[in-house]
Design a protein around this ligand. Structure first.
Ligand code: 5RP
Length: 230
């Protein structure tokens, strides 16, 4: 089975958790895109939900699919967020941000009672870090922020190259929030919860891609079928 079919299967399984009247966080990326697409079909068939998109790309897709949207200024809490991930470990800690939407994704996940992460099973890892860790930075003071990040890596026994993410024209990739992204090639992340705390405390770091303790369920689709992990 091809990878897009697996992603769609994971999205379809997550859709089974959606109930009428729910307020939903809508993730970003190719897997979350399948979820929004399938959700749109349900909405057009009469399901009553509202969604908060985690990126401009998802907002545009959701509008095209007919999913009614709201904002975190208009609703208190969300019932459920469904989003993809770049890596998932057995504690359901994640690396996210491959698509550059990590800041809004984390705000939306933190405002949700539950987060379901959906993926093909290639995203399942023993130790986070093979996927470069995205860190979203305020452009001002970039070199100073990078030095502080290197300090946080050293303090947690991590090291690796930091690469400024570029767009297709070779310019710095700019996020929906107007920030830049540095991808940290750490290989294996030692003590991800502690590293997450240290990165959060650095002025100039808008957000980082370690999602610790946010996901409550993972739906992984593979050639052997679907695994649901709590
Ligand atoms: C975007 C993300 C995505 O969820 C993550 O990159 C996974 O994307 P895909 O489903 O395309 O593999 O974090 O910021």
């Amino acid at each position: 089975m091809n990878i897009e079919a697996l992603k769609r299967q994971a999205a379809a399984r997550a859709l089974e958790e959606v109930r009428d009247g729910m307020k939903l966080g809508l993730g970003t990326g190719s897997t979350a895109k399948h979820f929004v697409d399938l959700l749109g079909e349900k909405v057009r068939a009469g399901l009553n939900v509202v969604g908060v998109p985690t990126s401009e790309a998802t907002r545009i897709q959701a509008e095209q699919c007919g999913v009614p949207l709201t904002t975190l200024d208009e609703v208190d809490r969300l019932d459920l967020t469904v989003d993809g991930a770049d890596e998932i470990d057995s504690a359901l800690n994640l690396i996210k941000g491959g698509g550059g939407a990590l800041l809004r994704e984390k705000i939306v996940a933190a405002a949700s009672d539950r987060m379901i992460v959906i993926a093909d099973d290639s995203k399942w890892v023993d130790v986070l870090g093979r996927f470069p860790l995205p860190v979203e930075l305020v452009p001002f003071g970039l070199a100073a922020t990078r030095r502080a990040m290197a300090g946080a890596f050293a303090e947690t026994g991590n090291s690796g190259q930091m690469v400024l993410r570029k767009d297709k024209d070779g310019h710095a990739f700019v996020t929906d929030g107007g920030h830049w992204i540095v991808d940290a090639q750490l290989g294996r992340i030692s003590d991800a919860p502690r590293l997450a705390g240290l990165l959060t405390s650095i002025p100039g770091v808008a957000e980082h891609g370690l999602f610790i303790g946010l996901a409550s369920l993972a739906v992984l689709a593979g050639s052997q079928g679907i695994r649901v992990i709590e």
